[in-house]
Design a protein around this ligand. Structure first.
Ligand SMILES: Cc1cc2nc3c(=O)[nH]c(=O)nc-3n(C[C@H](O)[C@H](O)[C@H](O)COP(=O)(O)O)c2cc1C
Length: 335
């Protein structure tokens, strides 16, 4: 077994299990919910460095977090060293625990501009960026990458070496190349190879949908920590299960009530409604009659009606532990 992530040890203890950053999903509401439910570290969705520097209201809003989320990282993306540097300083001023850089986003619009996974094609320039960031930050710097640009250039080992030399605190590796998008499976053998030889912690990521899988990756020495994205939407209790809570209560009524309360506390009612509709659809995936349920909720017009329908639906599932139906789920994203 590789040692745990010690970065926030003094304040929060050793950590291994991290909620993956997901655009449109890991906003302050879901991060808070997942922290309450056992995720040891959370990271924001990707924020545009340019948007932050320009002071765009929406990006600024996305920067906010709740004290109860700590340790919380803010992820930024961009292509200009100068702009990224300014954005990282804004994140630091906001009081985040760490800055995370997105070097994994495969989306065309993002890579065309030289952002996201496009950085993987130029480790020297990446080193320049990381050195600049490190020399201006007091808080830790972390990065999230893919295994390479494509099959012929899987340079994650080199990238990790660059990151370690620049003083980066950990590298999270989504075990696919940029060219793979979300197809195929994450290459955990490569993650293990990199983790074993790395001088800084490696957080393995990709395709973990059960607590057993997550624990096994750690027990079998694949990485220092694991990062879980889609699996936490399919089974919001996954972190509690991993941490071995003896009495995991798969009570959707409680979960939904908490999620609604937090969303209404943190967002205006319209935005809360739109966001909750999406989450209810995701939570339902894998349950019988979920597509009929999704059809119904997309015709609802307000939060109260949505909550009533959701509680009715999940009550009829007898609060059973969600099962994985093996269906493709959210096969696209920014990392
Ligand atoms: C809808 C969606 C949005 C995502 N947004 C981000 C993001 O903003 N930043 C990032 O680094 N990765 C992002 N990702 C990638 C995830 O962090 C993770 O690397 C990927 O989903 C594989 O892990 P999983 O199989 O546990 O979901 C996103 C993934 C999805 C599905």
């Amino acid at each position: 077994m590789l040692p745990p992530i010690e970065l926030f040890k003094e304040r929060f203890g050793n950590a291994r299990f991290v909620l993956a950053p997901m655009a449109g999903i890991t906003d302050t509401v879901f991060r808070l919910l997942m922290r309450k439910m056992g995720s040891q570290i959370v990271i924001s969705e990707l924020l545009s460095a340019e948007g932050l520097v320009r002071g765009g209201e929406r990006t600024r809003q996305m920067l906010r977090f709740d004290e109860r989320e700590r340790p919380v990282g803010i992820q930024i993306f961009g292509s200009s060293i100068e702009t990224m540097n300014q954005a990282a300083k804004i994140v630091q001023e906001e009081g985040a625990d760490f800055v995370d850089i997105n070097f994994g986003c495969p989306v065309k619009k993002v890579v065309c501009d030289g952002s996201g996974s496009a950085w993987l094609k130029n480790p020297n320039k990446m080193g320049e960026l990381l050195t600049t960031l490190k020399s201006n930050l007091r808080i830790p710097l972390t990065i999230k990458v893919r295994t390479g640009w494509d099959e012929t250039s899987r340079n994650v080992k080199e990238v990790v070496k660059v990151a370690a030399d620049c003083g980066v605190s950990w590298v999270a590796i989504h075990g696919r190349t940029r060219a793979q998008g979300y197809s195929g499976l994450a290459d955990w053998e490569l993650i293990r190879e990199v983790a074993i030889s790395s001088s800084i912690p490696i957080i393995g990521n990709g395709d973990i949908i059960t607590s057993t899988q997550a624990k096994k990756r750690i027990d079998d020495g694949y990485s220092h920590g694991v990062m879980i994205g889609r699996g936490a939407l399919k089974n919001p209790w996954i972190f509690q299960e991993i941490l071995g809570s003896s009495s995991v209560d798969y009570n959707f009524t409680d979960l939904i009530s908490e999620h609604f309360d937090l969303a209404i506390e943190k967002k205006d009612r319209d935005r809360a409604f739109l966001s909750l509709k999406k989450f209810m659809g995701w939570y339902a995936s894998g349950f019988p009659y979920s597509s009929a349920f999704r059809g119904k909720i997309f015709q609802t017009h307000d939060v109260d009606e949505l909550k009533k329908l959701a509680i009715e639906f999940f009550s009829s599932c007898n609060f059973q532990k969600p099962v994985d139906d093996g269906q493709p789920f959210l096969m696209g994203g920014h990392g």
